[in-house]
Design a protein around this ligand. Structure first.
Ligand SMILES: Nc1ncnc2c1ncn2[C@@H]1O[C@H](COP(=O)(O)OP(=O)(O)OP(=O)(O)O)[C@@H](O)[C@H]1O
Length: 310
């Protein structure tokens, strides 16, 4: 398996507030010891509640943000890693024609003529299911789904190895979501892309990703092949997340997640970060929990073996 990017023990801290001398009052610990490997042709899903550090992780991978600690190896730099964001309305410049938007990532670096760039933009638009005559139109002339196709064409223009998909379908209608996911799958096969799929939508991650990493308070608490993690979630937090998804035929969900319960990341809890919300918390949880390996590349940050249907 060819590894596209590897993150080792990444930490990110943001300064929050300063006193009259300019000294930082406190730090927000957005990522805490995150280690990940992403292979070509594969999709890694990053799942977690708002504020768990998903977007910070994306920024670190694209090189927009330098981590406070840890190391990144493999491909790096904006040319090899592209990003597609949630909201195609705000991510496309309304004053630019489509061909210029699509070629934006390579526009200033190119020695090619304008006609070459327009020809390439046309090929990319056709690849994502739009038509050649669309190149001279403007973003407002397209639907939400079409705009997301334009954003995907733009992400492809630098011939990346990795595309980070940050909630790429959350702003779209359900029927359009499926079309965009199918398009992404086809493009992955054709270009041997590695995807990092960031979402808090459990069912999209479950159906689209080969692997999943579940994040809580800037830490990976469970990671492994999607089929395994979703069939046998081992961390109490993963179980809570999955329980919060309404299940057809099983009435209302039982484990509604209340984001207000998320502890502050300014003063990290001692021991297991999830302890304050965990109904299984007890002896041993006051110690920091390392990620331990279960069967089949399934990793868990909890010292307990929960009963299967707890
Ligand atoms: N520039 C910043 N300054 C201070 N704190 C920040 C900054 N950027 C992010 N944070 C904090 O880091 C944590 C992680 O933020 P991040 O945006 O990565 O979460 P997220 O999981 O992507 O959330 P969402 O799903 O809402 O986008 C949050 O507590 C956030 O408040």
């Amino acid at each position: 398996m060819s590894i596209a990017i590897e993150l080792t023990d990444i930490g990110v801290e943001f300064p929050v507030g300063r006193d009259w001398r300019g000294r930082v009052k406190s730090w927000a610990h957005a990522l805490n010891g995150v280690s990940l490997r992403i292979a070509r042709d594969r999709t890694l899903g990053i799942l977690g509640e708002s504020g768990c550090g998903k977007s910070t992780l994306a920024q670190v991978m694209t090189g927009l943000l330098a981590p406070s600690t840890g190391a990144i190896s493999g491909v790096s730099g904006a040319e090899r890693i592209s990003i597609v964001l949630q909201d195609p309305n705000s991510s496309l410049d309304p004053r630019m024609p489509i061909w210029r938007i699509v070629m934006e990532p390579v526009f200033l670096k190119q020695t090619r003529t304008r006609e070459d760039l327009r020809r390439e933009a046309t090929a990319l638009l056709v690849k994502v299911g739009l038509r050649p005559e669309h190149i001279d139109r403007y973003p407002h002339e397209f639907s939400g789904g079409q705009r997301q196709r334009i954003a995907i064409a733009r992400a492809l223009s630098s011939a990346p190895e990795i595309i980070i998909l940050d909630e790429p379908t959350s702003a779209l209608d359900v029927s359009v979501q499926a079309q965009i996911l199918n398009l992404l799958r086809d493009l992955q096969r054709e270009h041997r892309l590695a995807y990092v799929f960031i979402s808090h939508n459990v069912s999209v991650i479950r159906h689209f990703c080969d692997e999943v990493a579940v994040m809580y308070l800037g830490q990976i608490v469970e990671q492994g092949p999607s089929a395994k993690v979703f069939a046998m979630p081992a961390h109490p937090y993963t179980r809570l997340l999955l329980d919060a998804v309404p299940k057809i035929g099983r009435g209302r969900s039982t484990g509604q997640l209340d984001e207000t319960e998320l502890p502050s990341n300014r003063i990290l809890p001692a021991g297991c970060f999830f302890r304050s919300r965990c109904r299984f918390a007890g002896a041993g949880c006051e110690k920091p929990q390392p990620l331990r390996l279960l069967e089949g590349n399934h990793k868990l940050r909890c010292h307990k073996d929960l009963p299967a249907e707890a």
